[in-house]
Design a protein around this ligand. Structure first.
Ligand code: FNR
Length: 189
């Protein structure tokens, strides 16, 4: 059966390099794996009063169910001030509520992180900042390859990567992750 990996971009921007990287990763995924891109746009700001008075907002519940049903998660993260952008950290925080649901949603979930920036650092600091979050949620991060994209304005064209080396790196990254997901099998305890 075809593996299903959820894809999340940490940017809401129309012209987002990270959303583009995610679409291109999905397009270059091997036959054995479908990357289904989910949006975090409808997720409200986390508010403990909303949670205790009205429960989990429907867009959060829907994304939780999508992750629970997924064989893996691919995150394309921008880097803001050397860390995780608030908009996507907020989404993850809602998705981790209530804590008793964390094993169902995130437990044993194979996760790969990649990122793109017009700057020089390739989102390396943001990707490092994700690590304690992935650990806190009991995921199974994949460290097989690193996918960083610097100088995004030059590397990306309209719906494509203009640079051969980056395109080859993305293909190796996504096929390496597919291999990991197929061998990992999800453990939810
Ligand atoms: C940035 N940007 C940025 N880039 C980077 O490489 N390191 C950084 O620390 C930061 N910091 C930062 C803070 C804030 C508040 C903003 C808005 C931007 C630039 C960032 O990489 C750029 O805006 C990307 O285009 C964002 O990703 P998307 O939206 O193209 O996916």
């Amino acid at each position: 059966m075809k593996m299903k990996v959820a894809g999340i971009s940490g940017s809401l921007r129309r012209g987002s390099y990270n959303s583009l990287l995610l679409r291109l990763a999905a397009a270059s995924a091997p036959e054995s794996m479908a990357v289904e891109i989910a949006s975090i746009r409808e997720i409200p700001l986390y508010d403990g009063d909303v949670e205790s008075e009205s429960g989990i907002p429907p867009p959060v519940a829907a994304l939780k169910d999508a992750l629970a049903a997924a064989d893996g998660l691919l995150i394309a993260t921008p880097e803001y001030n050397h860390s995780i952008p608030g908009v996507v950290k907020n989404a993850i925080d809602w998705l981790s509520r209530p804590p008793r649901d964390i094993p169902r949603v995130f437990g044993g979930l194979p996760v790969a992180i990649m990122g793109a920036t017009p700057g020089r650092g390739g989102t390396q600091l943001a990707q490092a900042a994700w690590l304690p979050v992935l650990r806190a949620l009991g995921t199974r991060p994949w460290f097989g390859r690193i996918m960083v994209v610097s100088n995004a304005a030059q590397i990306f064209g309209e719906e494509r990567i203009t640079d051969d080396d980056t395109r080859a790196r993305l293909e190796r990254f996504i096929s390496g992750f597919a291999e990991f997901v197929s061998g990992a099998g999800r453990r939810r305890d």
